[in-house]
Design a protein around this ligand. Structure first.
Ligand code: ASP
Length: 436
């Protein structure tokens, strides 16, 4: 049994709705469907969710919102008319307008995109509609209650052979609507997949899966056919964005693989994400990801290694200013703390003064404008000389490596380079491991 989630671009207009129906008709194991709100039909278009947020802000600022609501309504009406979906949109919009005018919450406003799209899709497919407000449970302050949700969804869908459950939102015990963060329908889909114990969670979007590197840097980067959940975590932490981060946990826990598929290219198998997988693409690495905007704070002090509590005190200085550390490469008499530049910048002088006070270092230096690049691969454990190949690839381009961090998991090697060298370094790693 398969749970399918369709993203906003997969449901942006009538033509996309038809593709979704064809995909479901192709495999009758696709029983439960989790839709997003209609997304962009092309560049420059609006997402329904953004228009709903705009309506809500207008109400807050005492400005008119009806023309924006009309644009939303026109999008749904067009889909309903083209597909002859019998929908009482008048009634639905009268209610939404009334509620908006009465000052409903921002989450309620946003959730109507998925709610209406779910209702339309359920009518179009002939699948029953299950309102997420009844089964996806949040606390009153808006945190997901995962176990309660698991029970509620499981009980509700147990005896249903098919259903549409809208993504992105749920409700607390009192019926107040709450949403996930943006892109959160991925999370709803994963929760439904876990609750019905699906064999596969299919996440249908507008790309054919993950690529081995960012196509803006490596335009012909290969698609990754199989990824493990751990690799996914490392790659998405470093900026590979196809799936909402929180969508991993429910399915991973339940041992359900996630398959990223392209609604516009349904024959392509996409990327399969599993708990464990053999190496399948013939390459030692699975993917490369990275981003800019890091700073390194290097602290030097003779005999640092013999000073008990040194590391803790250094980190305390960051913690006091609510700065997360990202990496911590250390030497015998040096300790480097890698942080996000935008977190450090507003408190730089204060943090340095605090480190001075707490550990009396011989020297502190800060370098900004650093890019981190993660080279990720479950195959690295078995391969010999991966680090040597990686460093040679980068240095042969005349790029100097500013920092290196390899966790003992051997799943990931992270290097830091100057931001100006970022693209060239990613290309060099890709060329070395994938093209040769
Ligand atoms: N429609 C929501 C958004 O744009 C949720 C989603 O599409 O997953 O963020």
């Amino acid at each position: 049994m398969i749970v399918t989630k369709f993203g906003g671009s997969s449901l942006a207009d009538a033509a996309q709705f038809m593709k979704v129906k064809q995909i479901l008709d192709m495999d009758h194991d696709r029983k439960f469907v989790v839709p997003s709100a209609p997304g962009k039909r092309g560049p420059g278009d609006d997402k329904i969710t953004d228009l709903l947020y705009a309506c809500h802000s207008a109400v807050k600022e005492g400005k008119p919102f009806r023309h924006t609501l009309e644009r939303i309504r026109a999008r749904y009406e067009e889909i309903a008319a083209e597909l002859s979906i019998p929908m009482d949109l008048n009634g639905e919009f009268a209610e939404i307008e009334k509620n908006l005018a009465a000052g409903v919450s921002r989450d309620y406003a946003a959730s109507r995109g998925e709610y209406l799209n779910g209702k339309m899709l359920s009518k179009y497919l002939g699948f029953p509609f299950v309102d997420a407000a009844e089964v996806i449970r949040f606390t009153a302050d808006g945190r997901l209650m995962e176990e309660e949700t698991n029970v509620l969804v499981g009980e509700r869908l147990r005896n249903m052979s098919r259903a549409v459950v809208p993504g992105f939102y749920g409700a607390d015990e009192n019926g107040q609507i709450h949403t996930f963060s943006r892109g959160g329908s991925d999370v709803s889909g994963a929760l439904v997949a876990r609750a019905v114990n699906a064999d596969i969670y299919e996440n249908w979007t507008d790309v054919t899966g993950f690529r081995m590197a960012d196509p803006r840097i490596v335009p012909d980067a290969q698609y990754i056919s199989t990824l493990t959940y751990r690799e996914l975590r490392e790659l998405s932490y470093m900026g590979a964005t196809v799936l909402h981060e929180d969508a991993v946990f429910p399915v991973r826990k339940a041992g359900i693989p996630t398959n990223i598929r392209n609604t516009n290219d349904p024959k392509h198998p996409g990327t399969m994400i599993r708990a464990n997988a053999g190496q399948d693409n013939g390459h030692v690495i699975t993917g490369i990801a990275g981003h800019k905007g890091f700073s390194i704070v290097s602290i030097e002090k003779d005999m640092m290694n013999a000073e008990l509590g040194f590391g803790r005190r250094v980190l305390q200085a960051f913690e006091e200013f609510s700065i997360n550390f990202e990496h911590l490469p250390t030497g015998i008499d040096t300790m480097c703390v890698v942080v996000h530049e935008k977190e450090l910048a507003p408190h730089k002088e204060e943090v340095l003064a605090r480190i001075q006070e707490l550990v009396h270092p011989d020297q502190i230096t800060v370098s900004d404008h650093l890019a981190l690049i993660a080279t990720v691969g479950r195959g690295m454990v078995r391969a010999f000389g991966t680090a040597a190949r990686l460093f040679t690839a980068i240095s042969s381009q005349g790029i100097s490596i500013r920092t290196i961090d390899q966790g003992s998991s051997e799943l990931n090697i992270i290097v830091g380079v100057d931001e100006d060298d970022f693209n060239a370094a990613v290309k060099a790693i890709y060329d070395t491991f994938v093209r040769t």
